[in-house]
Design a protein around this ligand. Structure first.
Ligand SMILES: NC(=O)c1ccc[n+]([C@@H]2O[C@H](COP(=O)([O-])OP(=O)(O)OC[C@H]3O[C@@H](n4cnc5c(N)ncnc54)[C@H](OP(=O)(O)O)[C@@H]3O)[C@@H](O)[C@H]2O)c1
Length: 320
């Protein structure tokens, strides 16, 4: 995946400018630059099973459509079955022949995650990939049924518990965490994973949990390497989804003309799920390229901070 020097320079400049790189313009320019990784071949996921969480809205729907278009049987994990069934019907109406199955689970509730994983594992013995896409930005500090701060439960602990419970079917497979470019602005708060100190700000809480995903990915990759499971984190740029419309109306009003559509936002998740060979484990991706995990020295955690965070995650997810 080597790219000509000038193409790399343009790509990097757009990445650091955020505004350019994260928009639909960024994706269009990168696609046109030499060295853009080719699309996975048609049918590459035929006979394979892919699980997508948060499959009832925005990027989740586009991810389902993207991997289904490559031939996968797609397992749509939703928390609202009626909403999920409508989405599945509308995908089937536009893409006859797609194989979709619906599963209900609240990713914030670790008991429900374990229940789901047990049922899923009994039904599907070979899972090619799981895309942990479910996400939210709680407007006020909220706790999950197990007392975890909600962003941390949905973006990190629930997905880790789910993956750990699905290690059998996932052997040789891939895990993709949908993170956010917002994490660049936050350090790894191993000292306060529950956001119990300071004034709660929804965007900060959200971005902190997305930082955790990125910093824990290499350690999760090491843990699951024994089962040849690879881990990737990615960020989609800025896409005009129901989530953004609801949680960030002012941001959306300003950026709307250049926001990506759902398929553009989901492009790298689909690519990571399908490209052969699987990208090396533990890395952070955007627009089909590996990206730095910190742009500021102040957000780069020390080994000690990362070790403290890992110890917390192991406890929260009850990892042996
Ligand atoms: N859009 C962007 O520009 C952008 C940028 C950076 C990162 N992201 C990330 O991309 C992912 C998708 O976001 P989106 O923009 O497509 O948002 P969205 O339209 O709000 O979709 C979020 C999905 O997550 C589901 N979800 C939320 N909490 C859940 C829970 N406890 N259990 C199960 N499912 C749950 C939602 O279910 P319901 O349909 O029932 O609400 C919905 O299907 C998120 O992780 C988000 O952080 C998005």
């Amino acid at each position: 995946m080597t790219r000509p020097l000038l193409a790399r320079a343009v790509d990097t400049a757009m990445d650091r400018s955020l505004v350019l790189g994260y928009t639909t313009i960024g994706l269009a320019v990168r696609r046109a630059l030499p060295g853009w990784p080719s699309d996975p071949p048609a049918g590459v996921l035929e006979g394979r099973h892919v699980l997508v969480t948060g499959a009832s809205s925005g990027l989740g729907v586009a991810t389902v459509e993207g991997v289904a278009a490559l031939g996968a049987t797609v397992h749509m994990l939703v928390r609202d079955e009626a909403k999920g069934a409508k989405v599945a019907d509308s995908i089937r109406a536009t893409r006859p022949g797609v194989e979709l199955r619906l599963w209900r689970c609240d990713v914030a509730d670790l008991d429900d995650v374990r229940r789901f994983a047990g049922e899923f594992g009994a039904a599907v013995d070979d899972l090619h990939a799981v895309v942990h896409n479910a996400g939210l930005m709680p407007p006020t500090r909220t706790e999950s049924p197990q007392g975890l701060e909600l962003s941390m439960a949905v973006h990190l602990v629930g997905p880790v518990v789910m993956t750990e419970a699905l290690r059998g079917p996932l052997t040789g497979g891939r895990v993709v965490f949908v993170s956010s470019g917002g994490m660049y602005g936050q350090p790894l708060r191993a000292d306060d994973p529950g956001y119990t100190t300071g004034d709660y700000a929804p965007a900060t809480s959200y971005a902190r949990s997305k930082r955790w995903q990125v910093e824990m990915a290499p350690l999760l990759g090491e843990r699951w390497a024994a089962d040849r499971i690879t881990v990737a984190t990615m960020h989609p740029g800025w896409a005009d989804t129901p989530g953004v419309q609801e949680s960030l109306p002012r941001f959306r009003a300003i950026t709307r003309p250049v926001l990506r559509d759902d398929a553009q936002g989901a492009d790298t998740s689909v690519w990571l799920s399908a490209v052969e060979p699987a990208p090396s484990t533990g890395k952070f991706w955007h627009d089909r390229a590996e990206r730095p995990t910190s742009l500021l020295p102040t957000t780069r955690p020390s080994d000690e901070t990362r070790a403290r965070a890992w110890a917390w995650l192991r406890g929260a997810a009850d990892l042996p």
